[in-house]
Ligand binder design. Structure first.
Ligand code: HEC
Length: 283
């Protein structure tokens, strides 16, 4: 639930940023047709007044983005996450290098000498306003926005090692032999688990649920078992992050949200069992 709200704020900041900052590019295009220096300065002033709101939104985007990354363990694991941060930083840098000096030049060209004569001739002003710089600025903004949107929505692998076999269609088949043989480290871990979990079992119904949960976790989920990707102690592997102690809500969320996991279907009882099992892994 927390994740959903942070994501909500993240998207809201992004929309706010585009709404607030879009005004600045509209002003630059509108100024191209304007020759009245006072009006051009007034337009630039109006655009400048959105700066604080713009930086607040940008801060909101970065802050909530980092928070989401922490909630999903993206920091260390996902290259697209870092690429998005780099794109955002590079865009900010480019805009400061390209757009800021440009508006400063327009301003300077609109200035009057004390004698009432403009510092730059009308021709020079027209040339600055009409320069292709405006298009370059727009292009940087649009390309950056589309790239970020792509990274957020498609979360590309970016060459990160992904040799995970596909999840089989049924949850009932149990290819324990495949799991054991292809990942000897996991197979080794499972022997240690078997002994320790049987001792943490409480009363009857609870014990049955926990046993079901362990079955789902170790073997049946997606035909692989959660353990295949998350490790037998939920400690994490190169296929999936650490999940020991995660709540039922988080698991249900991940089953809906994580592309590697959406093919896994669990009954309500299985989900309940696996959640209990995952919760006690942290102990
Ligand atoms: C095929 C591999 C795979 C299987 C099987 C799998 N998961 Fe995952 N799971 C992942 C990956 C990868 C992520 C991280 C996705 C991300 O954050 O981008 C993840 C994320 C999660 C998360 C969210 C962790 C967090 O805070 O980021 C939970 C909880 C979770 N899995 C639980 C489970 C449970 C329970 C099962 C078994 C029912 C399971 N997973 C089966 C690959 C798998």
């Amino acid at each position: 639930m927390l994740y959903e709200w942070v994501k909500y704020l993240h998207i809201a900041s992004a929309i706010g940023f585009v709404a607030v900052h879009g005004a600045s590019i509209v002003v630059l295009y509108a100024a191209r047709r304007e020759r009245d220096r006072k009006r051009i300065l007034a337009m630039l002033d109006a655009s400048g007044r959105t700066a604080i709101a713009m930086y607040v939104m940008l801060g909101g985007i970065v802050g909530t983005g980092l928070w989401l990354g922490a909630l999903r363990h993206l920091w260390l694991e996902k290259r697209w996450f870092w690429l998005a941060l780099i794109v955002l930083a590079a865009t900010t840098g480019l805009m400061l290098a390209v757009a800021k000096p440009f508006t400063a030049r327009i301003r300077a060209a609109c200035e009057m000498r004390p004698t009432g004569v403009p510092r730059k001739s009308d021709e020079e002003l027209a040339e600055i306003l009409g320069s292709g710089r405006v298009h370059v600025i727009t292009l940087i903004g649009v390309v950056s926005l589309l790239l970020l949107l792509y990274l957020m929505m498609f979360r590309p692998d970016l060459g990160a090692a992904s040799t995970r076999p596909p999840i089989s269609a049924t949850t009932t088949s149990s290819p324990t032999t495949t799991v054991g043989s292809s990942t000897p480290t996991l197979a080794g871990a499972s022997t240690t688990v078997a002994g320790s979990t049987s001792t943490t079992v409480a009363d009857g119904a609870e014990a049955a649920l926990l046993a079901l949960g362990q079955e789902v976790f170790d073997v049946t989920a997606g035909g692989l078992g959660c353990a295949f990707c998350h490790g037998y102690r939920g400690e994490g592997t190169s296929f999936g992050p650490r999940i020991a102690g995660e709540s039922k809500e988080d698991i249900a969320d991940a089953l809906r949200w994580v592309s590697d996991m959406t093919e896994i279907t669990l009954t309500a009882e299985e989900l309940d069992g696996v959640a209990r099992y995952v919760a006690q892994l942290a102990r």
